[in-house]
Design a protein around this ligand. Sequence first.
Ligand code: NAP
Length: 480
Amino acid sequence: MAQKLNNFDMVIFGATGDLAMRKLLPCLYQAHAAGLLHPQGRILGVSRSQLNTSDFLAKVEKDSKIHIKQHFTDELWQSFIQRIQYLTVDVNTPEHFQTLRQTVQSRSQTDNVIIYLSTAPKFFAPACKNLAEVGLNADNVRIVLEKPLGTDLPSSQQINADVAQYFKEEQIYRIDHYLGKESLQNVLPLRFGNVFFEPIWNKDFVKSVQITIAEQLGVEERGEFYDITGALRDMVQNHIIQMLCFVAMEQPKSLSADDVRDEKLKVVAALKPMTSADVDKNVVRAQYVAHESQKGYLQENNVPANSRTETYVAIRAEIDTPRWQGVPFYLRTGKRLAARSAEIVLNFKEQENGLFGNHANRLVISLQPDETVSAKMFVKQVGNGLNVQAAEMVLDMGKTSNERRAEAYELLLREVIDGRLSLFNRRDELEKAWEWVMPILENWANSPIAPHTYAASSWGPKAAQDLLAQDGNVWLEEQI
Ligand code: NAP
């Protein structure tokens, strides 16, 4: 049965910006090309610049089209850009919002209006206030908030409180693009839709869990942004904690947005809080330093020479629930590491039955660069006798279906159009995550201890290896 497509108006604030050009418009094109957008669905690009629609389309032609890497035809492109209009709307100019309202209300056939705030968060409050003043916060309006949603707990609470003055929680879609990744979503059916995993997915069988997001790139031209952000805010508070929730949560009552988000919230709330002394013991921060032809962080453009911002962080966390009592969760992320990857690793306890020696199974769920699930097993060596050797059983997610696999942003944009909230963060989850990282931020702000260092293109500082060594563990790349 063909899926019902919702008619929509999508108003993109920040339409001239980098995110809109590189991601939002190309992803909407892909949805259009696949026939997944309602034929009358409209895209209203808005920003401060004084442009008309044809100026804007010329910019889209120049800055956005180049980011469409597949399924491009001139015919589809021409039909796609028919959907696009441009309006000048300065978030601080109430009169501009009257014009926006008139444009949105110029047709009656809209199932929903989506307001995508792809701007710096300081514009969220005036934008929401001005939208509400012209009635663009009615029940059929959904508002999408781009990250970063705050830089600490108080600023995150402030943003949420500002938006909540004008929009109900069920109208708010907080973006974390990791939730748009098929291979992260796949953790739920893998765990709760198969008989294999759930019985062993707990402290009795799992020795430790590792969650890694590794980037090969350095800060490139984003030194100024990165230096006030750092790895903890950029990656851990959001993406890594979301990955952790999928691995650690209990089975939700249903797949409804609130049932899923209730279970995720319980995981974040059960993360053991850290004192400052715990931070010294369980958290490693580091900066990359020059190696061979690669610059160190402090030599990057727009980075102060005395910066203490971390480009790497590793954390030993624990989750205080009956399922996970005592199991270390090692979380790490960094720039200029040896490889690009995002993965979840479950290291199982050694199997001690005496017949085949003491071997430990391992499950690796890889989100990037490949989307695979690999189980390390022990199998018979070829030849006489019954000696065993390690082997990997690999499920390549790319081969499970011939369907086109959409990029995370496209999938999330379609979820907003369809009004499904489960892949978006609820306010309480987000604020709990901030609550948990706050002692780390506070410790670092006051600590006399400088960040550790690691050579560019290595796997991070020695201190991160020591963090695991104290439990008798090693990171995935050092495992045999
Ligand atoms: P950007 O390139 O700096 O663009 C900012 C946009 O905001 C421009 O369209 C600008 O319009 C608009 N703007 C500025 N002041 C305005 C005002 N007073 N009224 C209306 N519009 C105004 O930023 P970006 O990289 O696209 O990022 C947008 C948001 O997404 C940021 O919060 C960023 O942190 C987040 N984000 C970005 C990326 C990314 O890859 N770029 C990834 C994740 C999250 P004018 O050009 O007309 O001035």
